[in-house]
Design a protein around this ligand. Structure first.
Ligand code: MRU
Length: 347
């Protein structure tokens, strides 16, 4: 299985990103040369999706420190931690961002006695490792998840969880790719995913490239489709899953999960281990990013509401664990009892 595009690529001395705000109308690859540009690309969703922002942030950290002229490790470390906090501030909900930055930080600490130029190279190498590991992990998630998909299934998915949102293949999207590759004759219902239309703009783009049959629907249609027997399984991604299995994902995921339970439809969350946050006990403690109201009141910069309309725009919601059938990970399927079984993944 080969993917024809990469959302993030390291080329010699800089990052190249596929600008996801321009898709599907324009496929624009932009050079990213500074840590400030990485922060901006994450904030503006040019790079988006939990694993992808973690990967980008790790490269961003290298871009932040590579020209530092620190005299010793202590002063280098102060600067490094300043960039870590800065990058973390770009988006609060997806745990992969802090996970990747902390992983680089720990690697730096383990090598603190080395020459500073050598430490900088170790930072770049760690970013590259996080990137290549994610590709491998996502392939495995797809292989594991495809086993849950019965022949002829109608699969409903939300937001975008594909190669655009990860190192390659995706999470929930990788399940679609692998089920399709296994000749399962799948058909996908794609939620458009208001307000930024990651489903309508990005998942459709990736499904077309993979030649997987699909129909786009508006978010509010999902319940009726479930109630009339048109959905066999729901598979979504995650931005952060807490120790008890509560799941933060794109706004609208919670409604899908409740509707799936009401209609006896299995509801799976596909994610890498890097999206679990065992330090947080329950979903109530997760910070939900609130974005600009203009994302709702405007479409393509044109206002679609009366002037001065106030809009509330949380970008994610929390699905309590009781609505989740299981988690699809690179280490296999996690079934209830989640608290115990999620912990086992890390033993
Ligand atoms: O705001 P976004 O587009 O970054 O939100 C993305 C999602 O909610 C995805 O479902 C999640 O990050 C998993 S991507 C593999």
């Amino acid at each position: 299985m080969k993917q024809a595009y990469e959302s993030i690529a390291w080329q010699e001395d800089h990052l190249v990103i596929l600008d996801q705000t321009q898709l599907p109308l324009r496929e624009i690859y932009s050079d990213v040369n500074t840590v400030g540009q990485v922060w901006d690309a994450i904030k503006k969703l040019k790079i988006r999706g939990a694993p992808a922002i973690g990967i980008a942030a790790a490269y961003g950290l290298y871009l932040g420190v590579r020209d530092l002229k620190s005299k010793n490790f202590t002063s280098f470390n102060v600067e490094l931690n300043r960039w870590i906090e800065y990058l973390k501030s770009s988006r609060p909900t997806a745990v992969n961002l802090s996970w990747a930055l902390e992983r680089v930080n720990q690697t730096v600490y383990a090598n603190k006695d080395k020459d500073l130029e050598e430490i900088k190279e170790i930072i770049l190498k760690t970013a590259e490792t996080i990137h290549s590991e994610d590709k491998r992990v996502c392939r495995k998630i797809g292989q594991n998840g495809a086993k849950l998909v019965k022949k002829g299934s109608n699969i409903l998915t939300h937001c975008n969880t594909g190669g655009l949102a990860t190192g390659a293949y995706g999470t929930a999207f990788s399940v679609l790719l692998h089920a399709n590759d296994d000749d399962k004759d799948i058909h996908v219902w794609v939620d458009e995913t208001r307000p930024l239309l990651q489903g309508a703009r990005l998942t459709t783009w990736e499904l077309q490239k993979a030649e997987i049959p699909f129909h786009l629907i508006t978010d509010s249609m999902a319940g009726s489709l479930m109630n009339t027997g048109k959905v066999d399984i729901v598979v979504v991604g995650a931005d952060r899953v807490t120790a008890n299995g509560d799941t933060a994902n794109k706004i609208g995921t919670y409604s899908l999960a409740v509707l799936a339970k009401e209609n006896n439809i299995p509801f799976y969350v596909a994610l890498p281990l890097s999206s679990f946050d065992l330090e947080t006990d329950t979903g109530e403690e997760i910070e939900i990013e609130e974005r600009e109201p203009e994302e709702i009141t405007h479409l393509n910069k044109t206002q679609i509401t009366p002037k001065k309309t106030k809009a509330y725009n949380p970008a994610f919601d929390i699905t309590p664990n009781k609505y989740i059938t299981g988690f699809i990970t690179e280490k296999g399927i996690v079934e209830p009892n989640f608290k115990k079984n999620i912990k086992k993944l890390f033993d």
